[in-house]
Design a protein around this ligand. Structure first.
Ligand SMILES: Nc1ncnc2c1ncn2[C@@H]1O[C@H](COP(=O)(O)OP(=O)(O)OP(=O)(O)O)[C@@H](O)[C@H]1O
Length: 767
């Protein structure tokens, strides 16, 4: 070994030892904090009794200490991952959490990656150094420093850098080359500059992040959630952050990222999960989902609601007090007009309809008895009697019933006559047929925006509930005023000069505290409340959302503080979009910002070249993202006879598994083909999961439809029957583009018929 090399290795060993020493200090600090917090939590839990105020404070403290402990445990692995050396001679370590030295004027021991001072770790380049002399990436395993990578940010180094301007290139490439586990990992130690700018963008307004496959949109969206919660904690902890993903499998795939960043207060949901009390995961045809996503469904639902507001053809007769009573067309029409004129939702306007009807019926009864002999008290008595009469009630309920959103939507799609009436001038006969389904059918994700719309149009008569709530609030306010009064008296006796309680806390605030007693987080409360509005909403795969879904999300976010990430070249849903301005202009006109991601961290160049041809075939101005790396594996193509597919696939899968040790392999194919071969293939390939359960991605081999693979990635992808994918939908090229870009290492294509013309034979190795 040369002397220079021996010297370099000695220096490296010394540096590692010195970083280890520093890490030991940090972990000791972490252990101390954990112990301290555990002790405080124990003390809080041990206390009991006392006035409600004490209980409230204990609830708040318990929540706070539990959250803190969760955060302290979450950061254990990879707690410190970097260091900045500044021109001034100062050094800062950067990590997942902020740690301070209380005994030394709270000097930072570790900078939270989200703190402004940590920003140069992600942004500094040789050309714009921001006083950074050296950036160091630490590679650790649990509490042990394994290695490091230094970047000296002087101009000489800049010339050697990659043309993609990557920060910490070796560390980044090692991360990207690593085997996938079926669970998305955080990227906090290797966030790149173009991603950092999006993560830390201001919170106000709508930000659209457009980026090709593998550019880190999902990763950026989740790190942005963590950043916003850190920076605007006070604001967001009250209203919460909602992250919407395309399906439950995807949510499971990304589910660990935020907890690993110490953030647990975010509600992750699919569109199908946004209606409390309902699990909407059933499948339906792409066409039915598309029809349900159209904004013309608002009209359909309005018609369906109006259809529940009937008048008799001539009159309905009921018996009241052993005499016949007539509910006439004229009275009902008058009552209906008055009720509709209030412009209140159906269930609230119902009260007005009934009031008018009871008045008309009261007069009818009064006429029978001799109206001139009755005074207003007698009329009130008759009115009350009518209100308590079951037969009258049932007859009025027929005309203007109380309807739940579930009833309205369910009966609309299972009753041909109702659908026909509601769909006039909205849907043609074919479209109506597409929506009809058997009674008792389960809810689909596309039903949820309709349920939500129906809930808006129907309204909920919650007056009794509200009155009770107001009564409680008044009581709490009175109690809080009492508490303040006693506390102030005590203070006056104790110390005239001190800041008084009422200077910092008023009765309303205190009452609010009492109400917030529930130890649920904002996210947990939001999950149970359809009308909850969030502080910030993040949507992944936003290009897939229908017009009706956008309405739901906009209702959940009246402040329009939103981050929408997606790729209009990957739209698979027929109701999805190929232009951001089209979906956003009804809500924010042109007041939204666009940020773009241009580098593909997932797909190696050999595969991206093939996918780029598919992108070029689509009618789009989008540039394919540039891959950061090559894998050294040329994609292959193999022709297989359809009748031999089930017997050949296991052999193909086994041979590919042998190529990437310990990796994840996905076989992607059209949904229809998957349904056809599923029974046989599960027998022929018993170790494979057929991906409809959340845990299936952790299996070494998973079979998925292309649609279900959206947003996911695997070390190896075997794509079956690309021709059918292209032919199978109006968005066939988009689907093929998605399927091709799921692999991090290897791609094989099993061709049943011809190859689609966009796939260039010469890019493949024929086997
Ligand atoms: N800065 C980074 N450092 C390390 N890994 C990264 C970085 N950016 C992205 N990645 C990795 O690249 C892969 C693709 O990221 P992600 O799934 O977020 O991309 P995407 O744009 O959402 O893709 P798609 O549109 O195909 O769903 C993931 O494995 C992610 O962890």
């Amino acid at each position: 070994m040369s002397d220079a090399r021996v010297d370099r290795e000695a220096v490296r060993a010394e540096e590692i030892a010195s970083e280890q020493q520093y890490l030991d200090v940090l972990y000791t600090k972490l252990d101390d904090l954990r112990q301290e917090t555990t002790q405080r939590l124990k003390n809080t839990l041990r206390d009991s009794g006392g006035p409600p105020q004490a209980q409230t404070e204990r609830d708040i403290s318990t929540r706070m200490y539990t959250d803190r402990l969760t955060q302290l445990s979450a950061v254990e692995h990879g707690m410190c991952f970097g260091r900045l050396d500044l021109d001034s001679g100062e050094t800062f370590h950067v990590g997942r959490i902020g740690l301070f030295d209380e005994e030394n004027e709270y000097e930072p021991l570790l900078l939270d990656w989200r703190a402004p001072a940590a920003r140069p770790f992600y942004l500094a380049t040789a050309a714009a150094r921001d006083d950074v002399r050296r950036r160091r990436h630490l590679r650790t395993s649990w509490r042990k420093v394994l290695d490091y990578e230094d970047e000296i940010l002087d101009l000489d180094a800049a010339e050697e850098g990659s043309d993609l301007g990557l920060a910490g290139e070796a560390t980044l490439l090692a991360r990207l080359d690593a085997r996938r586990t079926g669970q998305m990992q955080d990227i906090v130690s290797t966030i790149q500059a173009e991603q950092d700018r999006i993560i830390r963008a201001g919170m106000n307004g709508v930000l659209v992040v457009q980026g090709g496959p593998g550019t880190g949109k999902t990763a950026v969206a989740l790190h942005r959630a963590a950043y916003l919660l850190y920076t605007f904690r006070e604001q967001l902890s009250k209203r919460g952050v909602l992250v919407v993903g395309p399906n439950p499998t995807f949510l499971h795939y990304i589910g660990q990222v935020l907890p690993s960043l110490g953030e647990t207060g975010v509600l992750l949901s699919t569109v199908g999960g946004l209606y409390p009390g309902i699990t909407a995961t059933a499948e339906e045809s792409a066409r039915a989902a598309e029809i349900k996503g159209r904004s013309s469904m608002i009209k359909l639902l309005t018609n369906a609601v109006k259809d529940r507001q009937q008048v008799p053809r001539d009159h309905v007769e009921v018996s009241f007090d052993r005499e016949p009573l007539r509910i006439t067309k004229a009275d009902a029409t008058h009552a209906r007009t008055r009720a509709r004129r209030t412009r209140k939702p159906h269930n609230l306007a119902r009260k007005v309809f009934r009031r008018e009807m009871f008045e008309a019926l009261t007069l009818q009864v009064a006429d029978r008895l001799g109206r001139e002999l009755l005074d207003s008290r007698d009329l009130d008595d008759i009115n009350n009697e009518l209100r308590g009469d079951e037969a009258v009630d049932a007859a009025l309920e027929q005309l203007w019933p109380e309807v739940t959103p579930q009833q309205l939507v369910d009966e609309l799609f299972t009753d041909e006559k109702r659908l026909h009436t509601a769909a006039r001038k909205v849907l043609d006969a074919d479209e109506r047929d597409e929506l009809l389904r058997a009674p008792g059918s389960p809810w689909t994700p596309a039903d949820v925006p309709l349920l939500d719309e129906a809930a808006e149009q129907l309204g909920e008569d919650d007056s009794a509930q509200r009155a009770e709530q107001e009564r409680q609030q008044r009581e709490e306010l009175a109690y809080a005023q009492g508490v303040l009064h006693i506390m102030e008296q005590d203070e006056e006796i104790a110390d005239e000069e001190r800041l008084r309680v009422s200077d910092v806390l008023d009765a309303e605030l205190l009452a609010e505290r009492f109400q917030a007693r529930s130890d649920l987080t904002a996210a947990e409360r939001a999950a149970e409340d359809r009308t909850w509005t969030f502080g910030h909403v993040i949507v992944d795969e936003a290009q897939e959302l229908s017009e009706m879904t956008w309405r739901v999300l906009m209702r959940r976010c009246p402040s329009r503080s939103m981050t929408l990430v997606g790729d209009v070249a990957q739209t698979g849903a027929l109701a999805g979009t190929d232009a951001w301005d089209e979906v956003l202009s009804p809500y924010v006109q042109d007041r939204w910002k666009l940020a773009e991601l241009t580098v593909n961290y997932r797909t190696p160049a050999e595969i991206m070249d093939i996918a780029s041809d598919v992108l070029a075939e689509m009618d789009t101005d989008l540039e394919p993202p540039r891959s950061v790396r090559t894998s050294g594996h040329q994609p292959w193509v193999r022709a297989v006879d359809r009748s031999k597919l089930v017997s050949t696939l296991p052999e193909v899968v086994r041979s590919e598994l042998g190529e990437v040790a310990d990796g994840r392999l996905a076989v992607l194919m059209p949904a229809q083909l998957l349904a056809e071969i599923e029974p046989e293939i599960t027998e022929a390939l018993p170790s494979a999961a057929v991906g409809n359960g959340p845990d299936d991605l952790e299996s070494p081999v998973v079979l998925l439809s292309v649609d279900a693979a959206k947003g996911l990635e695997f070390d190896t992808v075997v794509l079956v029957d690309p021709e059918a994918i292209v032919e199978g939908s109006d968005r066939g090229f988009n689907d093929l583009y998605v399927a091709l870009t799921r692999s991090t290492q290897r791609l094989g294509v099993v061709q049943l018929e011809g190859l689609p013309h966009v796939l260039n034979e010469t890019s493949f190795r024929r086997v």
